[in-house]
Design a protein around this ligand. Structure first.
Ligand SMILES: [Zn+2]
Ligand SMILES: [Zn+2]
Length: 340
């Protein structure tokens, strides 16, 4: 059984707050700070206590807010992802197609498909309202000089949330072909050799510098796949995460995230796609994030309907192992901390 925590306002005593953790009931007077235990269950039943915040139990809440579909680079329709989420007893599912880029490409929504995507999520949100909470988001690239997740263009779309992500270390002006750090092997090779002089250290420095800048700019709900540059580094093919320079780059970016208050996701996308056996970010980075009290959430970065909860139990366990006791989720339109 999960821990239920509710905060209630007493109708006839507006000066009091009551915290209600399952059977143990602690009340305290907000003016004197004095606390005492009492039984408020009958007041709840009688309706004289109303929840200030809906209470949730971690073992019944299933959510994912990083979901692609066949309008960008995913497989399966928006409806198929929702049907899978309902079958898996999800409480909420957030869609986050890749926002259009100012260049032709194979993996983001096009400008023409963007309104189709938004309308379809809206339509399904309404249709499924009694079964599951559906949220409308976008995963938006930060490309210095070209676009940021906080741009006015996105604000006009009435989104429920935005994933802020870095997928490249190039700028569109200097490299119109846009090499992704998580692209196919030949694209990754081209990125390292043509843009970074064959130096992974240089790639790492520029990548994490961008992540830090993105955190500083804000304008989004959570940060996508913090250490995406390791995607092609299976079996340390390019570098060891123990390198002092890698630690330096990572920690500098984490410090920027700490200062921003932005939520960081644990993302199982490399596992479901067979690229790696570990989540983003690596466990040692999550331990460093905990030291900085950076809020976290668990997401799939699903590109197939069956992957919407990939590795979730393990991700929660990993978070507990490094000291986290709560994860964040968008529920009933509010960002809410759930115990894990
Ligand atoms: Zn991404
Ligand atoms: Zn994604």
């Amino acid at each position: 059984m999960g821990l239920h925590v509710g905060v209630f306002r007493q109708e006839n005593r507006p000066d009091c707050r009551t915290v209600f953790p399952l059977l143990f009931i602690l009340r305290f007077d907000v003016q004197t700070g004095k606390g005492w235990f009492t039984d408020i269950r009958h007041w709840v039943e009688m309706g004289s206590l109303r929840p200030l915040k809906k209470s949730y139990s971690n073992d019944v809440i299933k959510t994912n807010y990083h979901t692609h579909n066949d309008l960008c680079d995913g497989q399966g329709s928006i409806l198929e992802y929702i049907e899978t989420a309902v079958a898996k007893d999800f409480t909420a599912l957030g869609f986050s197609s890749h926002a259009p880029l100012p260049l032709a490409n194979e993996w983001t929504l096009s400008d023409e498909k963007l309104p189709i995507y938004l309308a379809e999520v809206d339509r399904q949100k309404e249709r499924w309202a009694n079964r599951i909470q559906i949220y409308k988001g976008l995963e938006i690239d930060y490309i210095p000089g070209s676009q940021t997740p906080g741009d006015e263009r996105w604000k006009a779309l009435n989104l429920d949330f935005i994933v802020g992500s870095v997928h490249t270390t190039t700028g569109l002006d200097e490299n119109p072909s846009y090499f992704c750090v998580d692209g196919p092997e030949d694209e990754f090779q081209a990125l390292i050799h043509e843009i970074h002089g064959g130096s992974f250290e240089n790639l790492s420095e520029v990548y994490f510098q961008r992540v830090a800048e993105l955190a500083g700019l804000g304008g989004f709900s959570f940060l996508g796949h913090f250490d995406l540059i390791k995607k092609r580094n299976r079996d340390e093919a390019y570098f060891s995460e123990k390198e002092p320079w890698y630690h330096r780059h990572v920690l500098r970016a984490l410090d920027a995230v700490e200062g921003s208050g932005i939520i960081m996701e644990v993302n199982s996308g490399a596992i479901s796609r067979g690229a790696l056996d570990v989540v983003y970010p690596s466990p040692w980075i999550l331990a460093e994030a905990k030291k900085r009290n950076i809020p976290v959430m668990v997401n799939a970065d699903a590109h197939r309907p069956q992957d919407i909860d990939c590795h979730f139990d393990e991700s929660r366990e990993l978070l507990r192992d490094v000291g986290y006791s709560e994860i964040w989720a968008l529920l009933d339109g509010d960002w809410t901390a759930l115990p894990i």
